[in-house]
Design a protein around this ligand. Sequence first.
Ligand code: 3PY
Ligand code: ZN
Length: 632
Amino acid sequence: GFLENVLKHPTFYNGEATVKFIESHPELFEMPRFMNRATRLLNYLGEVAVNGNPNVKRIDPYVHFREPKIPASDRLASHPRGTKQILTEGGPEGLVKWVKDQKQILFTDTTFRDAHQSLLATRMRTLDILKVTDGFTKNHPEIFSLEMWGGATFDVSMRFLNENPWDRLKLIREAAPNTLTQMLLRGSNGVGYTAYPDNLIERFVEKTAEYGMDVFRIFDSLNWIENMKVSIKTVRERTNSVAEACICYTGDVLDANSKYNLQYYIDMAKALEDEGAHILCIKDMAGLLKPRAATKLITALKESVEMPIHLHTHDTSSMQATTYFHAIEAGVDIVDVAIASMSGLTSQPNFNSIVACLEGHERDPKINLSKLNEYSNYWEDVREYYYPFESGLKAGTAEVYDHEIPGGQYSNLRPQATALGLEHKFEEVKRNYAIVNKLFGDIVKVTPSSKVVGDMAIYMTSNNLTVEDIMTRGESLSFPESVVSLFRGDLGQTPGGFPQELSKIILKGKTAYTDRPNAHLEPVDFDKEFKQFQIDFDEYCDELDFLSYKLYPKVFRDFYEHWLTYGEVRHLPTKAFFYGLKENEEVFVQIGKGKHIIVKMLHKSEPDEDAIRKVYFDLNGQTRVIEVKDQN
Ligand code: 3PY
Ligand code: ZN
């Protein structure tokens, strides 16, 4: 430890130590912290060696990992100019003007966020992203933005990856200084599943912008603009970033009987423009926008609003590249794609193939395809490390047009049903999902409203309930808490309101409210609560940790405790993080700028009478022993 270092130091030993001693020998402080960091990582590797990673439920001994090859780039060269410089120089208005002046189609790459959220349960680690961020943005400075934060990544990174989400933001920002960063923000629900106080949302937006966020894609899970206003206003008034406001696409705009008809979209687009949105996003979270519908919708929106239009979809039906071609020909400005090996099905359409097929088109983006393919190969090999989180979906489905389940939820729903013993009833869960949607009055379904519909569909399936059962004997049923909360008004209002008869049944005499959920929440007293926070945790926990804590108190606490014992596990290579080390396997771990450790696992002992195993490591040439209780 520290004292030992001091006592052994020759100056001290010879009796010459002064008050200045410690100040002039900072390495003595460095040393124990350095050792401590390494020890904590050994604690983690010891724990995984004995008990496994608690989130890896299924290990396939036959899976073979390949070493992902990082495409070549000039590490020392500076980044070519990109969209970030356009924003810095011209502000959001300058950027908007630039977008409108471009003839070629622009791309947002979702590989760092929605692609893995929709394919791999949001489990992509910062380390694997960072290995290619610098090179990718040097090789592809023409990309409009990188969607790399927000949505489910905020809580999943703490909950399952034991990583600080703010570190991810700062590190990607640093590695991509020429490209716009982009996040998904659920309006007044922030990056959570329920409404937060307005001043917490404001502070969250300000800090996120301050630490590197350029484009805020803001939506509401019921398309209720009231829930988006605070976010849009904060981005506009307190940051230099871009407010991109969404309309969540629902139903079929070709269906004249749907309440989500062309006029609905035009009205909402104009209303968002009036709120000050810089860019309009059509957020097709379930992949319902059919090719001919795209022509109709994009053409009408281009005529109705001045803002550039950004289209987001999921390829659940396998038809969405065609939708993009129609949208591109109708004048859409930007589309969302994922790198080939991380695209398709519940993820975004295939970036590489779309680039290839646009060759010679009047809106040809002229992107270096062979380089883009190298990145696809990198991600293909990285993806293998994440096999326990694959959804197992094999092909596109036309059923999505009936059930309208968002991409991210669709890949989760089967595992969720399986966990509840409903695997054999999965067809019924999907059917009930569509039935619940109708029952609730045909609502927008996206996080968190989609979760409520999913909860209700599972509840009906597991209890063998029909709509008639609910309408006739609903008084005696206890509905999922999320359903009661939706009908109370906690997620806001839906066009046309919730069906009244059902509302009475679900609320059982409680009254619903129709104003903003945030109006019912106590504002955060930042000065007072932050002081208490630092007392409860420690003085090194900063304002960003405080925001994590306010958004997810329990998740943050668990994450913090994990960190105390196991340290910065994000430094560990992904294979070691999920599967631990085999005997005599050695890993190189970069634990800071210019600092690394080399760890080899030597051996683990049999458990003793208290079920304790000793795990022997070689750490930079010295043998270290970690004791771990065997939980098996
Ligand atoms: C999220 O809110 O995380 C989404 O991806 C919604 O589509
Ligand atoms: Zn999405």
